[in-house]
Design a protein around this ligand. Structure first.
Ligand code: GLU
Length: 517
């Protein structure tokens, strides 16, 4: 290989939102480039105009930006090998298609879609095999190999639509060394004569991909496993164009599998299993179907990236929490696994929780301010920071925060009436009242002092923590679970605590009086 610098590209087609698999491909390319001081390039492969989706390119770019995977060359960044959108490079592909035609390595095919459909049908029905446009049929079909030059000329004169197909050699072997899968070989007799230039004058993915990788001096192609079988055609194209010495190394990444059962993770699995499969919100332009992403589900980009990084790769030790810098250092293509990686949303939640715990209050508040302003605006930043401190170990996503910590921001929080019925005893009213008084009288109103007050009260009354604490929790926050009770009281402040305690007994009584439903 003659590449002096690592140059990799992420080459999505703007046919929809970038899903988790695409994010992983982008990330692995980025990590690999950074590790070797190379370049990470974004190239938009928009040659299939029938599958073009409005807004998809912007979505891809916004997602990469959210994740901090920034290209050095791309449609927005520009660069020495632009343009970086294939639809803007059309003339270049023509030149090479023509070169292959002139060299007798490609041919013009005038078969209409209807004729090809009929052939496919005939093969299915009568021969029980799939039709393949290859050496076995090419000499009797409607193409420039079979037709005379005069006939071809006449068809061209009449502006008959045609495609250009690459001519696959017979009885040969194509092989390459895949950095993930090792030695891969294909028998050329299994390959079809792929279309390289379509009737609309656009190249197919195969031609455009090779021409661009060559011109953009790509050293390594890191992409999903679904492209493995196309690589045989790509290797042949490099040979046909005389670019063998510049051929990049290939690495095909394992599939992402459904959380349960078998098969590839799909966007429908998200809805089915109740988790996001896209990095950010995506609204399908045609159907207006809306998909929430990891971002809207309260994930920190670093946590999401860390989670994604381990889908199909690991550093070979037990290390799991890794910053981008650590990932760059640790990343090793050799350690990418061949087998599919199962998607586990609980693992994603665990990563996010770890990142929330690790983040400073300032970082989290800044993140709220930018991405969840309605949460940020719930209270003043100082108060928010204190509440966050109490809840950071208890939440898995940022959007759980306002719900979990609701008693700190509103009086309209959930009250566990079942527990109230069970724990509240009218005969203890006097005991409760004394305790409330003791709490309100505590000065300064701080966690340690509040704890000491309650402890001494319990002792003095020869009562039990198990009797007193649940009542306190239910009185100030409505449920039994939560952060340290006394820390909660300190943060809420005397005024709020006193109002809640005062209102609690009448409410408990009303619950008790209610008939069991
Ligand atoms: N445009 C292809 C895709 O959408 C790129 C495959 C490749 O990286 O070669 O995934």
């Amino acid at each position: 290989m003659s590449h002096s610098k690592v140059r990799v590209r992420f080459a999505p087609s703007p046919t929809g939102a970038l899903h988790i698999g695409g994010v992983r491909t982008a990330l692995y390319n980025y990590l690999f480039a950074k590790k070797f001081g190379g370049d990470f390039i974004l190239r938009i492969e928009d040659t299939d105009q029938t599958r073009f989706v409005e807004g998809a390119e912007k979505y891809i770019k916004d997602s990469l930006q959210w994740l901090g995977i920034e290209p050095v060359e791309g449609p927005d960044q520009g660069g020495p090998h632009g343009p970086y959108r294939q639809s803007e490079r059309k003339s270049m592909y023509h030149t090479y298609a023509q070169q292959l035609l002139d060299a007798g390595l490609a041919y013009m095919a005038f078969d209409t879609p209807e004729e090809l459909d009929a052939l496919r049908e005939d093969y299915e029905q009568n021969k029980k095999i799939s039709f393949k446009y290859d050496a076995s049929v090419r000499n009797r079909l409607n193409n420039s190999l079979h037709l005379s030059p005069v006939e071809v000329e006449a068809l061209l004169e009449a502006k008959t639509p045609y495609v250009i197909r690459m001519m696959i050699p017979e009885d040969e072997e194509v092989f390459f060394n895949d950095l993930v899968r090792g030695h891969v070989r294909f028998d050329t007799n299994e390959l079809d004569d792929k279309v390289i230039l379509k009737a609309d004058g656009m190249p197919t993915y195969h031609l455009a991909n090779i021409v661009d990788d060559y011109h953009m001096q790509i050293s390594h192609v890191i992409r999903g496993e679904e492209w493995l079988s196309s690589t045989a055609h790509h290797v042949l194209l490099y040979q046909m164009l005389g670019w063998e010495d510049s051929m990049p190394a290939f690495a095909h990444l394992p599939l992402l599998l459904k959380p349960k059962g078998s098969g590839k993770l799909s966007k429908r699995d998200g809805a089915k299993f109740g988790f996001p499969v896209f990095p950010m919100r995506w609204i399908e332009p045609d159907s207006q179907d809306e998909y929430q992403g990891f971002k809207e589900n309260g994930f920190l980009p670093e946590a999401f990236l860390n989670f994604i990084s381990l889908l199909g790769w690991n550093p070979g030790d037990d290390q799991e929490i890794m910053s981008m810098d650590t990932l760059i250092k640790a990343f090793d293509i050799e350690k990418i696994s061949k087998s599919g990686a199962r998607f586990d949303y609980n693992k994603a939640l665990w990563f996010n929780q770890q990142y929330i715990i690790q983040s400073s209050n300032e970082t989290l508040l800044d993140y709220f301010k930018l991405n969840f302003p309605s949460i940020y605006d719930m209270a003043d930043p100082e108060y928010m920071a204190k509440v966050l401190e109490l809840y950071r170990e208890r939440i898995h996503t940022l959007i759980e925060f306002p719900e979990s910590a609701k008693p700190f921001f509103s009086d309209d929080y959930f009250r566990d009436d079942q527990q109230i019925k069970k724990r509240y005893k009218e005969e203890n009213d006097e005991l409760y009242a004394g305790m409330f008084e003791k709490i309100i009288g505590t000065e300064p109103f701080l966690q340690a002092n509040l704890k000491a007050s309650v402890e001494s009260y319990v002792e003095e009354k020869e009562s039990k923590f198990g009797v007193i604490l649940p009542i306190l929790r239910l009185a100030i926050a409505g449920i039994l679970q939560g952060p340290d009770m006394f820390a909660m009281m300190e943060v809420m402040g005397k005024e709020k605590v006193s109002t809640r305690l005062e209102a609690s007994i009448p409410y408990f009584k009303s619950v008790k009086m209610r008939k069991d439903e």
